[in-house]
Design a protein around this ligand. Structure first.
Ligand code: MEV
Length: 326
């Protein structure tokens, strides 16, 4: 039996604009994870994927094709992609997936599930994929889920490191001078990235110059944020988060609940707050001094957050490779 896992993720700066070539910053969220286990199955029994959390079992019928629907795309498509990449036939395996990453919460549950599944599959078949090999495979799964992903979600999840990311160029080495603390607060409402990305695309088509200017402003914020994180200056990072949130509101991807949670975090002493990920639902992140983390978390719960996670963004133990891969 082999087991593999992958973390959730948060976008610190730059979501949506990153789809249009602007830089963005993301970090793994280690507190929530997807896990996959692969066990040998009887000869000629084929491959099944069991998801006990939702009480569903799917069978891999072929290396290609199948319905373009969420469960197939989440549990079967990643295995098809990996087997085709490895040039292998369907093995006799029973795979089981579990996840503590809430679905449709903007925390990368699809990319994490796919990463855990493909890692467990490869380990069971005696193939080890490097992160540089795995990342483009998970990107293809993201394309199936979202149509036009930037690649940031798969990249931060596969490498499990904070990343400064520009679509098409791979993760860029990025220094974090000092660890900093974020609260991640869940609205309890779904965030459907393919919908918000589609709506932003339509907005961009309707008013290309105005929306491009918003993307450029968000990109400028991500660049400034990188410089501040590299210098270990966190207090000015808060207002940048607030500005990023306002620009995301202008892109129509915020909601009353997201705005309310951000306002509650700021009022309780957070340095800044913004929605994180696709938006409309999902999570906000709030930047806090460690001493304010407890009261801000309490204020977020009082304002309606269904869950609050405290996480620390820190420099990775191993630097990212510089190779351009996605
Ligand atoms: C979703 O986590 C981030 C978005 O920018 C989409 C993407 O980059 O693919 C909204």
């Amino acid at each position: 039996m082999v087991r593999a896992d992958a973390p959730g993720k948060i976008i610190l700066f730059g979501e949506h604009a990153v789809v249009y070539g602007q830089p963005a910053i993301a970090a793994p969220l280690h507190a929530v994870r997807a896990t996959a286990v692969a066990e040998p199955a009887l000869p000629v029994s084929g491959l099944t994927v069991h998801a006990p959390d939702i009480d569903r079992t799917l069978r891999l019928e072929a290396l290609d094709g199948g319905p373009d629907e969420p469960l197939h795309n989440a549990l079967v498509f990643p295995i098809q992609v990996a087997l085709r990449y490895l040039g292998l036939p369907i093995p006799d395996l029973r795979m089981t997936v579990r996840s503590t990453i809430p679905i449709a919460s903007g925390l990368g549950s699809g990319a994490a599930l796919a990463t855990a599944l493909v890692r467990a599959l490869c380990a069971a078949l005696g193939h080890s994929l490097t992160n540089d090999e795995l990342n483009p495979l998970i990107f293809r799964v993201e394309q199936r889920h979202h149509g036009t992903p930037s690649g940031i979600d798969n990249t931060v999840i596969v490498y499990e490191q904070p990343v400064y990311f520009v679509s098409g160029t791979g993760p860029q080495p990025f220094t974090i001078a000092r660890p900093f603390t974020l609260l991640v607060a869940d609205t309890g409402h779904g965030s459907f990235t393919h919908e918000t990305v589609g709506d932003v695309r339509r907005l961009h088509e309707a008013a290309p110059a105005q929306v491009a200017a918003i993307f450029a402003e968000i990109g400028g914020i991500a660049r400034q944020a990188r410089a501040l994180i590299e210098a270990g200056e966190f207090t000015p990072l808060g207002p940048l988060m607030d500005s990023n949130h306002d620009l995301l509101r202008q892109l129509t991807v915020s909601s009353d609940t997201l705005d309310r949670l951000c306002a509650a975090a700021r009022a309780a002493g957070a340095w800044g707050a913004k929605l994180s990920g696709g938006g409309r639902g999902g999570n906000i992140i709030a930047l806090v001094d460690d001493e304010r983390a407890g009261p801000v978390a309490e204020a977020l719960r009082a304002a309606g957050a269904v869950n609050v996670i405290q996480t620390v963004v820190r420099a990775p133990e191993q630097a990212l490779p510089c190779s351009p891969s996605r």
